[in-house]
Design a protein around this ligand. Structure first.
Ligand code: PMP
Length: 502
């Protein structure tokens, strides 16, 4: 049934608050829930129904949802094949909680998953069902490679996001100590070497190679390297295919397992079923979650059988047998495969990027437009601060006043503008995510089922919201200190890596 056909839902006035309906619920949430709550702060809505791209709030407002449960909903909300799969399990009388026992539902999920994997991995693959979150699968992958290699260190990248539980692993009895070496990710717009492009990516690869080989580099041979093929929370930064192949070559030549975190990029999102397929790289380990559960919690690690050296019970957990998630996930994987939604994401993503680049020509506040498939980001910048900062730097340190902050012309991030755009979007019935180093990247993660017309509507609303936010920026409260005007001081924003926007 379409969202529009549903009657309004009467909302009871709950205890602990006087308001009724949406406002009361939001008030009670603010009173009772943790200060660490995230999305709920920027998106004060109370979803009661959803279908496809659309969410309906308790106040009757409808929103086009380009957050998609942080990239979870490959098929949008409540897709009929997902609902049918879930109902099928419920009606069958199958147990819903089975730890890691074998079931027909799990068997069907594994079969479907293996049929989608890069063939080079599928032929030798093992799968570990983990606790239900992406972070659980990351923990499992790290433990796997440490056990298999007998080594400890880890190579990871600046700007990476892999989850919130590293502390849990380090705190667990018997856990090996964790030492991570942070390497430069090829972030074209803000290239750490100040050159960008292919040369910037090549320098990043050389840095990695030299550091690992340098006997006095302080790294030694690590247990593994972990990377995202497109950094998501880090600001929608696609790794160049050539760089990814270099990482594969460097790790393979030194017997360092390569772990690719496809928690966000998987299941067609970037225009290939798995993002590694763009480059032809076959990883040793793949970390999967989000879309593989078809909107329900599910996470797995898929890895080469040669790494399967851990002992029975080495990585246990109660909630590894969610039958509803496996059924919903198998239905989602099959639907994406059968309907070639990865190709659809690639084509539509290109068209959306094209329109956004046209928008960027009109607004100097859009520093960069980038993405892959339907994983799209707009990095918002302060167009005036560049000049100011360059002049200040030239006056204070003439020797340093050369392009060094990334691609020539890269300007300081504008987090307050990004937050304002997000709010203007919400007022226009569009939900977008923020990400990036300074929370200044507007992120679009629409379902792969989004129609052309819906995509146009999303871009129209976004363009309108951007225009409104820029115009309002001249008004009191969004001027100095907004990251927009001359003399503005960067406002304190919560780091995207310590708890928001996840
Ligand atoms: N890896 C990546 C690439 C992610 O984007 C995320 C979540 N945004 C995670 C891991 C962690 O997943 P979860 O929040 O389910 O723990």
């Amino acid at each position: 049934m379409a969202v529009t056909e549903l009657p309004p839902i009467p909302l009871p006035d709950g205890p602990g608050g006087t308001g009724s309906g949406a406002q009361g619920i939001l008030r009670r949430q603010a009173l009772r829930e943790s200060a660490a709550r995230t999305y709920a702060r920027a998106l004060p809505i109370v979803p009661v129904r959803a279908r496809g791209l659309t969410i309906e709030g308790a106040d009757g407002h409808r929103y086009l949802d380009c957050l998609s449960g942080a990239g979870t909903l490959a098929l949008g909300h409540n897709h009929p094949v997902v609902l049918e799969a879930i109902r099928g399990v419920l009606d069958s009388g199958a147990p819903l909680q089975v730890l890691d026992l074998a079931t027909p539902v799990k068997d069907a999920f594994t079969e479907e998953l293996f049929s989608t994997l890069p063939p080079g991995l599928a032929r030798h693959a093992r799968v570990q069902f983990c606790g239900p979150a992406g972070t659980d699968a990351v923990e499992a992958a790290l433990k796997l490679v440490r056990t298999a290699t007998g080594r400890d260190g880890l190579l990871a990248f600046s700007g990476a996001y892999h989850g919130m539980t590293a502390g849990a692993l380090a705190a667990s009895g018997g856990a090996p100590s964790v030492s991570t070496t942070r390497l430069p990710f090829p972030y074209d717009y803000r290239c750490p070497f100040g050159v960008g492009g292919e040369y910037g990516a090549e320098l990043s690869a050389r840095w990695t190679e030299r550091l690992v080989d340098d006997p006095k580099g302080g790294v030694g041979t690590p247990a593994g390297m972990i990377l995202e093929p497109v950094q998501g929370e880090g600001g929608v930064i696609p790794a160049p295919d050539g760089w990814l192949r270099r990482m594969r070559d460097i790790t393979a030549a030194r017997s360092i397992p390569l772990i690719v975190d496809e928690v966000q990029t998987g299941v067609g999102r970037t225009g290939a079923f798995w993002a590694v397929q763009h480059s032809g790289v076959v990883p040793d380990v793949m970390v999967l979650s989000k879309a593989i559960g078809g909107s329900m919690p599910l996470a797995v690690v898929v890895y080469h059988e040669a790494l399967d050296a851990w002992r029975p019970g080495a990585h246990a957990g109660t909630f590894r047998g969610n039958q509803l998630a496996m059924a919903a996930g198998a239905a989602t994987l099959a639907y994406v495969r059968e309907n070639r939604l990865a190709e659809r994401a690639a084509a539509l993503g290109e068209r959306m990027l094209h329109r956004l680049r046209q928008l960027a020509e009109r607004y100097p506040h859009i520093g960069d437009v980038r993405g892959r498939g339907l994983m799209i980001g707009l990095e918002l910048v302060d167009p005036e601060a560049e000049q100011l900062a360059a002049e200040q730097l030239a006056a204070e340190r003439p020797e340093a006043a050369r392009p060094g902050s990334g691609r020539p012309g890269a300007r300081p991030a504008a987090p307050m503008l990004a937050a304002a755009v997000q709010q203007e979007c919400l007022q226009r019935g569009l939900i977008v995510e923020l990400g990036g180093r300074h929370s200044a990247v507007i992120r679009l993660l629409p379902p792969l089922t989004i129609t052309d017309e819906q995509a146009e509507a999303v871009l129209d609303r976004l363009a309108d919201a951007l225009d409104a936010a820029i115009r309002t920026a001249g008004a009191p409260g969004l001027g100095p200190g907004s990251g927009l005007g001359p003399g503005s001081e960067r406002p304190p924003v919560a780091s995207p890596f310590v708890g928001d926007h996840r």
